[in-house]
Design a binder for this molecule. Structure first.
Ligand code: NDP
Length: 334
């Protein structure tokens, strides 16, 4: 059995030495337990937050802990009447090849319904984040302009496509020409802007001639600075993530821009609301129904960036925080 543990809390960008690959005895299931083999591990930006000791909505990892993460597992042995060997389940078993569970939180997947790893991506937590954040907070209307950051990624790619389904114009901000081409040519966004372009502000203004009605924030930093002046009156801002800041080690030095921000928020009557995907858990059935249907109709496309082998997880995770992935980042563990 292989586990990847947190060796040390990263300071700034995580380094390979912050992770430790450990070999342990294969676990044996006790009464009521199932033995799970990890087939797929999801790598997600929130894991960076768990590695830090800053107070957040979820408990931090301690050095020595197995790193947390969503997984798709196969039941290899079961002492639990609810599960049988061969079942495929969605779990939260983390960065390890085998684990034990009493069944709490496991959800059986039907491999005939959709490829099993989509339960970690378009039909799972990231897809649900896009759907609930955009529809509950963004509330895009036909003809409006929706801008999304990290637009080629697991969440952003779905946000833009749902915006178009709702009749809005979708503009994506992504890093580099390949990602920008991908979101326009393959996902059907109306326009794309490269956040590494030194002319980002002007390019964004050109891509949004009528201003921005909904900004789905995944990034913060320079991208937020470019978007903020273009927001229209009554713009809605689902605040989903701030990945540009996850490796920050200190607060940036002044000038203090808070008064300017507050003035604009007031005069433009902006509605900014932070959310965690679980806030909208009751939307689960509607999400599954709608997104499954949109995939069948070809209105939603998605892409997986697959890394082979658990030992590759640290490097792939380090890359995720700086844009090395194109699409939903997954580790094929077995
Ligand atoms: P992605 O698949 O989009 O991968 C992360 C992407 O972030 C990178 O590929 C990179 O894309 C972009 N990025 C990284 N650093 C920067 C930067 N400095 N400036 C601009 N872009 C940057 O990840 P997810 O779709 O899984 O997550 C997207 C966001 O959603 C994250 O902020 C995440 O924390 C958040 N999230 C929030 C949830 C919630 O419940 N609130 C749930 C799930 C995700 P590029 O190359 O285009 O720069």
């Amino acid at each position: 059995n292989h586990q990847i543990q947190l060796a040390a809390r990263p300071v700034g960008e995580p380094k390979p030495s912050d992770f430790r690959l450990v070999e342990t005895e294969a676990p044996t299931p006790g009464p009521g337990q199932v033995l799970l083999k990890t087939l797929w591990l999801s790598l997600d930006p929130y894991m960076r937050g768990r590695m830090s000791d800053a107070k957040s909505y979820a408990k931090s990892l301690e050095p020595g802990d197995v790193i947390v993460g969503g997984t798709v597992n196969e039941v290899v042995a079961s002492n639990n009447p609810k599960f049988a060997a061969g079942d495929v389940v969605l779990g939260y078993e983390g960065w390890q090849s085998y684990s034990l569970s009493d069944g709490t939180g496991l959800r059986k997947l039907d491999p005939a319904r959709a490829p099993i790893q989509t339960a970690l991506g378009v039909l799972g937590m990231p897809g649900m984040t896009a759907y609930t954040g955009l529809l509950n907070i963004g509330q895009p209307k036909a003809g409006e302009t929706v801008v999304v950051a990290a637009a080629s990624g697991a969440v952003g790619s779905i946000v833009g496509q749902i915006a178009r389904i709702k009749g809005a114009r979708a503009v994506g901000i992504a890093g580099g020409a390949d990602k920008c081409r991908y979101i326009v040519d393959e996902l059907g966004f109306d326009a794309a802007v490269d956040h590494r372009d030194p002319d980002l502000r002007r390019k964004l203004a050109e891509a949004c001639p009528d201003g921005i009605d909904v900004y789905f924030e995944n990034v913060g930093g320079a991208v937020w600075d470019a978007v903020f002046p273009r927001l229209n009156n009554f713009a809605r801002i689902p605040l989903c993530g701030l990945i540009a800041h996850y490796n920050d080690t200190e607060t940036p030095k002044g000038p203090d821009r808070l008064p300017g921000f507050m003035r604009q928020a007031l005069t433009k009557r902006l509605a900014l609301r932070g959310f965690i995907v679980s806030d909208f858990a009751s939307d689960g059935p509607a999400f599954e129904r709608d997104v499954s249907q949109w995939i069948r109709e070809g209105k939603i496309k998605h892409r997986e960036d697959i890394v082979e082998g658990l030992d590759k997880a640290p490097e792939a995770f380090i890359g995720l925080l700086k844009g090395a992935n194109l699409g939903k980042l997954l580790v094929k563990v077995a």
